[in-house]
Design a protein around this ligand. Structure first.
Ligand code: SAM
Length: 295
């Protein structure tokens, strides 16, 4: 069957499933704050988000937190094979009819997205798409950006964050939002905000605004161990108002070797400048373990 035919067949089965509001009511999926449950119920918006995923026929989408299944439905309509990880047992039970309607294209895993092996579950070349639970959104993104080997198992990531976090991910040097997360994202990916959403787009409405960020893995800016770059940015942004000669005192020689003026402050350095410092820095003086040769 062609991708278009599979998606059309699914639409017929979807038509007999209850609307998302009924799924929520029937399974008493009243929003649990500790699980970051703010649901998207607007079908046009869900189709729009799923449409941002650069999905080719037969490709897999890894979704964190399907909840009542709004985005999952849209991803299945778009023709994807979906692997979804959900922590809330009530949502897992509520999704059983969707698993059946998806006819083998939806694998639902009950578990904690921070603990599962996403690479093995989704397989190489998968896309990530999620309206993320905001309380674990940053650690999840850091995990995905820290994947080894690089390029990673994921081909693209289309992710809903609270707006402040989205702005930190895409921030440029010199802005207040620029920090460790911006450097990490720029070091290994291209990232841009694709959609902004007001609180009223969600049920229940959160206190914060939201934005969808899309990340596409790229070649690293320099061939250096990621742990070294992160040790440098942790120190530099840990004292972001201080000059590098203070915040990076233990590796001042690396700052000089990279040709960077040590009177500058962290927020003025481009990601490639952090990478150059990391390339010259002694890992021992950064508190990193020494990697022994294999002999
Ligand atoms: N995808 C649905 C939507 O767009 O309406 C729900 C999104 S809601 C913001 C976040 C979802 O993530 C909830 O269903 C919640 O139960 C789930 N969740 C929270 N923590 C999780 C975790 N550690 N692992 C997997 N899922 C989690």
């Amino acid at each position: 069957m062609t991708g278009r035919r599979i998606a059309a067949d699914f639409c017929d089965r979807l038509a007999v499933l209850p609307p998302l509001r009924e799924v929520i009511a029937a399974s008493r999926l009243s929003a649990n704050r500790s699980l970051g449950q703010n649901f998207l119920l607007d079908l046009n918006l869900l189709d729009r988000i799923a449409g941002l995923v650069p999905l080719a026929p037969g490709e897999t989408v890894y979704e964190v937190g399907p909840g009542p299944g709004g985005l999952t439905r849209a991803l299945l309509k778009a023709g994807g094979q979906v692997v979804a990880v959900e922590r809330d047992r009530r949502a897992v039970a509520a999704l059983a009819p969707l698993v059946e309607a998806a006819d083998g294209r939806l694998r639902l895993v009950e578990g904690d997205a921070l603990a599962v092996d996403a690479a093995s579950l989704a397989g190489a070349g998968a896309h990530i798409a999620s309206n993320l639970p905001y309380n674990i959104a940053t650690p999840l993104l850091v995990n995905w950006l820290s994947a080894e080997p690089w390029p990673p198992w994921w081909r693209s990531a289309t992710l809903m964050f609270q707006r402040e976090v989205a702005e930190r991910i895409v921030a440029a040097p010199g802005s207040a939002a620029y920090g460790r997360l911006s450097v990490l994202a720029a070091f290994r990916a291209t990232a841009r905000i694709r959609l902004r959403l007001p609180p009223r787009a969600f049920t229940p409405a959160p206190k914060v605004e939201s934005a969808v960020v899309q990340l596409l893995p790229a070649a690293p800016l320099l061939d250096i161990p990621l742990a070294r770059l992160e040790a440098i940015t942790a120190r530099a942004f840990g004292q972001r108002r201080k000059m590098l000669r203070q915040s990076l005192r233990p590796v001042l020689d690396a700052v000089e070797a990279a040709g960077i003026d040590a009177t500058r402050r962290a927020e003025t350095l481009a990601p490639i400048e952090f990478a150059r410092i990391a390339a010259h820095a002694d890992p021992v003086r950064l508190g990193l373990p020494v990697v022994m040769a294999d002999c």
